[in-house]
Design a protein around this ligand. Structure first.
Ligand code: MG
Length: 402
């Protein structure tokens, strides 16, 4: 036994840096921004990838499959299935398809982590499937917790499944909690960049173009989340996500704008001491922390120089201008299916905006309007949530009629 322990202790020195962690993951959403950076972390730290999934980018998915040699590859879009299968015909890789395929990947038990980095509510069922199978999760898909937070957290607690946040703000809060008693948290300080339209009023945002909305000052991300950052919907979703992940009430979360995106969030404890996590705005830090937790090793990012920044600025968010943010807070205060409704309305509205079919401000008007339109709906099980989601999507198409 002793010899075995000694061997394990010296193993990192024998094998050098790669291979130290011997971790294995499955990953859905591998061709998106977070997925690609997750694979960068896997490459650097020799993390084995047992399964990969993407929506429809078969070319990149094939490239990733050939590099990481997973046992399973899933393409979500059914129309891409035959293309994917023929691309990987000369490999021994099993090709899966659709929601069934995503859930098959989520149910692979002998991995250390199931990494969920898909965009949108499509991530909810795979998350629930991983929990059902007792698989720990690294979660970048915030819509999972927004739509089904109560369900997901209850199921995870029952199965003893750990959820490691990948979202930079929630990773920051999780990091600040290390070594501290969660019961002594007085307040969560959730930071926001303010997005590209910080300081603007509604009258200045009527004619915002897709290109302007996609131009985020600090973070480089996928298009859905970049629009969500411009409307501050992203911060609203994160507010709801924080409530579920850390078991606090909405009144215990304060949103603060940090324009530089250097202070990624903080906790105020009962003694009013505030502990924050800082770093350059680069998602590789929270991704690596979730994948290698609790290890901290060198990460392929620029190091933070506080003196290069010189000044960090903080401000209150503008709840009047950014309807999406105030609506999300209202939705989680009301509870039930309201967060799911707000999220689904936003998903539809963002798609319509990206297609040039509605103006920028219409996204917020639709989200806000849905809270006035819907009476509460049940949200006790997955089917309830799915029903609320569909009703919310229909509401948008009814209102917009394109
Ligand atoms: Mg975030």
């Amino acid at each position: 036994m002793y010899a075995c322990c000694v061997f394990l202790a010296v193993m990192p020195h024998i094998f050098g840096k790669p291979g130290v962690f011997m971790k294995t993951i499955s990953l859905i959403g591998s061709t998106g921004s977070i997925g690609k950076q997750t694979l960068d972390v896997c490459r650097k730290h020799n993390i084995k990838v047992r399964a990969l999934a993407a929506c429809r980018n078969t070319e990149l998915l094939e490239k990733q499959a050939r590099e990481f040699s997973p046992e399973y590859v899933c393409v979500y879009s059914e129309s891409c299935f035959s293309d994917m299968r023929s691309r990987l015909a000369d490999t021994g890789i099993t090709v899966l398809c659709g929601m069934e395929g995503l859930c098959q990947i989520a149910s692979i038990k002998d991995v250390d982590l199931f990494v969920n980095s898909v965009v949108g509510m499509v991530g909810l069922l795979p998350t629930l499937t991983a929990i059902e199978n007792g698989v720990d999760i690294a979660l970048a898909n915030k819509e999972t917790l927004v739509a089904g937070g109560k369900l997901v957290m209850a199921a995870a607690a029952e199965k003893g499944v750990k959820i490691y946040p990948i979202d930079s703000e929630h990773s920051a809060i999780f990091q600040c909690l290390q070594g501290n008693d969660p019961k002594q948290v007085n307040k969560i300080i959730l930071t926001a960049s303010g997005g590209p339209f910080f300081g603007k009023k509604k009258s200045e945002l009527e004619n915002v173009t897709v290109e302007q909305a996609l131009n985020h000052p600090n973070w480089s991300m996928g298009s859905k989340i970049t629009i969500d950052s411009a409307t501050l919907m992203n911060k609203g979703l994160e507010f709801i996500e924080a409530k579920w992940l850390f078991g606090v009430s909405p009144s215990d979360i304060e949103i603060v704008v940090n324009r530089e995106s250097v202070l990624h969030s903080a906790i105020e404890f009962d003694d009013y001491s505030v502990i924050a996590q800082m770093g350059v705005p680069d998602m590789k830090i929270p991704i690596q922390y979730a994948l290698l937790y609790p290890q901290r090793v060198s990460c392929d990012v620029k190091r933070l120089s506080l003196t290069d920044y010189g000044t960090l600025t903080f401000a209150k968010p503008d709840y009047e201008t950014f309807d999406c943010l105030s609506s999300c807070i209202e939705a989680i205060k009301r509870g039930g299916a309201y967060p799911c409704i707000a999220n689904a309305v936003n998903e539809e509205a963002v798609m319509l905006f990206l297609e040039g079919k509605i103006p920028f401000l219409e996204i917020g008007r639709l989200v806000k309007g849905s809270l006035g339109y819907f009476r509460d709906m049940p949200s006790e099980c997955y089917e309830d949530i799915k029903k609320a989601e569909l009703a919310a999507r229909e509401y948008v198409h009814e209102k917009v009629k394109v």
